[in-house]
Design a protein around this ligand. Sequence first.
Ligand SMILES: [Zn+2]
Length: 117
Amino acid sequence: MCGRRRLTTHWFSFPLSCPRCGFAFERQPGHFIGAVGMNTVITFALLLITLLGGIAISWPDVSALPLLAATLSVAIIVPIAIHPTAKTLWIAVDLIFHPLQPGEALGGPEEGAPQKG
Ligand SMILES: [Zn+2]
């Protein structure tokens, strides 16, 4: 919310709130299901691009094994690679549709205030 960069210190651990402004990222239980959906949509879009691109490149002699290897690689690597980005993106999309309410950002540890969440 405050524009702080590098929210994550580890790939799979996302902070509960912003270290600078104290905004609690999980605004309600199940909030991050949207991030899972966003991750799924991006992964499926890249799968479709990989599949159609692979077919287009190798046309008319389309062989299944390289195409399977490429799509499996995308299906495994992309969701892991974009995990923190999908969460951050989802937080941004949610903030567009549900703007910050008074009291949601109380100031984080970087500002010396107690961390909410
Ligand atoms: Zn912040």
